[in-house]
Design a protein around this ligand. Structure first.
Ligand SMILES: [Zn+2]
Length: 284
């Protein structure tokens, strides 16, 4: 996998180098139906497990990039978005002249399914509240994150995906997971993580926030609003994207003030709110 800089206004676009550079823009029109991870499909061409890279891009304030892939699956790496964030910081992120275009939420949009819930509300910046409730040993966890506050790299990126050991064989039999192991996921036994220690005491809910940011990237532009999720998952996240995009009275395209995106620097001290493009980096 390789990331290339892209012109302002082009958004996040995947490119299959093994299929004549076939391009699949990361937007709601190309979401494929799956439950365990988020995938994109256009004209029968699939790209799977997009959420962690998309999360890192949005979290670090990257709006425009081309992602070259030579197969259908993104690397799982360590199960978090940290390796991507480190790679962006090493390579640098370039501020572009054009102002960032956001989807500014004007009215609430909600999706409810049984006791699962997700909604997006008007608000300045981009903030997320997530509540999860899983069987022991996870239980109930709650996280509240304001992405405008340069928090992604420190508080969210390192949170790893997780799975119950009891589910592992069943999922494998269904062909839903390939090679989930102690190097790329928290494996949960009855008493807790079998490959601990955790990176955060509430690593599970932080990872759900990470996934949510990646899935909402499929709105095609950064969201300006407040998101609340309870017991949601990829299917609920992408359902919210579809419902939001369909309801044209619920949002408008807005432009962040030019002052906010004019920061000229690359690397660690950059504001994630700026409108930016990445330079090349070599991936796994
Ligand atoms: Zn995930």
């Amino acid at each position: 996998m390789r990331l290339l800089p892209a012109p302002a206004g082009s958004g996040i676009v995947f490119r299959r180098t093994d299929l004549d550079n076939f391009e699949i823009p990361a937007n709601g029109r190309n979401v494929a139906k799956v439950s365990y991870a988020t995938s994109l499909m256009r004209q029968g061409v699939l790209i799977s497990t997009t959420e962690h890279l998309l999360s890192a891009l949005i979290g670090m304030g990257v709006d425009n990039v081309i992602i070259e892939l030579d197969n259908l699956e993104l690397p799982i790496l360590d199960g978090s978005a940290l390796p991507y964030v480190q790679a962006f910081l090493n390579t640098g992120i370039r501020t572009q002249r054009r102002r960032r275009e956001t989807i500014r939420v004007l009215r609430p949009v909600e999706v409810r399914e049984g006791n699962k819930f997700i909604g997006v509300y008007p608000g300045s910046g981009y903030s997320i509240e997530y509540t999860i409730e899983f069987p022991a040993p996870i239980g109930r966890q709650h996280a509240s994150v304001d992405l405008a506050a340069e928090t992604y790299g420190e508080l969210i990126a390192a949170a790893r995906t997780f799975g119950y050991k009891a589910d592992e064989q069943r999922l494998r039999d269904m062909g839903l997971i390939r090679g989930a192991n102690a190097d790329n996921a928290i494996i949960l036994g009855a008493r807790g993580p079998e490959n601990g220690p955790l990176r955060f005491v509430d690593e599970y809910v932080r990872h759900k926030v990470l996934d949510l940011i990646g899935d909402l990237a499929l709105a095609g532009r950064r969201i300006e609003g407040h998101v609340v999720a309870e017991r949601a998952g990829h299917a609920m996240h992408t359902a919210l994207v579809s419902r939001l995009l369909k309801d044209r009275s619920a949002w408008e395209l807005a432009h962040v003030p030019v002052e906010a995106s004019a920061t000229e620097n690359s690397g660690e001290d950059r504001l994630p709110s700026a409108g930016l493009s990445t330079a090349v980096l070599a991936g796994a």
